[in-house]
Design a protein around this ligand. Sequence first.
Ligand SMILES: Cc1cc2nc3c(=O)[nH]c(=O)nc-3n(C[C@H](O)[C@H](O)[C@H](O)COP(=O)(O)O)c2cc1C
Length: 239
Amino acid sequence: MPEPIPATADALARLDMPLVEAMMTQRAIRRVRPDPVDDAIVLRCIELALRAPTGANGQNWEFVVVKDPRIKKKLQRRYRIAWRVFHRTSIRDIASYDDEMAKSVKAIEWQLEHFTEIPVLVIACLRLGARDGKVPFVPMPHAAASSFYGSIYPSLQNLLLAARSMGLGASLITLPLWNVTSARRVLGLPLDVTPCAVVPLGWPKGRYGPTTRRPVDEVVHLDRYGNRAWFGPRRTLQN
Ligand SMILES: Cc1cc2nc3c(=O)[nH]c(=O)nc-3n(C[C@H](O)[C@H](O)[C@H](O)COP(=O)(O)O)c2cc1C
């Protein structure tokens, strides 16, 4: 049974969920109900997103909140094209033997089919020329690329954690934006604004289930890659 949709004040009060609990249970919730999400909740999520760091403190983010079904439909069409290609080339084989992936495929296909019924899509974008061009161009391609896209993802994680603590379903998706020119046209974005990710928001149809993630000892190296100083008896994170 899905949880009842909370009143706005109650949802906002849930933002005091302990940080560790929000982090440990945040996950992609793709099946959401068509019931509206109060603007105050969406704006609070974005307001908390804006506490995140950006390269050179450029704060060059822009968020387009899409509620118009005609725009959702256009993004759905683009998502469908990208998903067909991505599924065939990258996912289908894995899903044939990996149950987790097969479950994700079902959830993704549900989201794709119901895209226009999702109450809110938040499109996170970055403007070039942080601080109105006052932050100089960095002549170091890797650092520049990393700090450009790295200036949106911390804010998105804040947004996802805020949504999670309020019990709002959210996921981070990029495939609808595969054709950046076309995405700019659909959203009326100028050339210096790049759409980076879409976060569909809505009240969950189900519940937040557990996440599966790799254990810490498998991914940590001391000083140099390959020196697995902490590898061994599995360390379990406390909930
Ligand atoms: C950069 C990035 C792009 C993603 N793009 C998509 C996407 O286009 N469609 C989608 O359904 N999920 C997308 N995801 C979500 C991941 O598939 C999801 O976070 C991952 O499977 C873990 O799911 P879980 O949090 O439910 O365990 C993306 C995630 C990230 C970080």
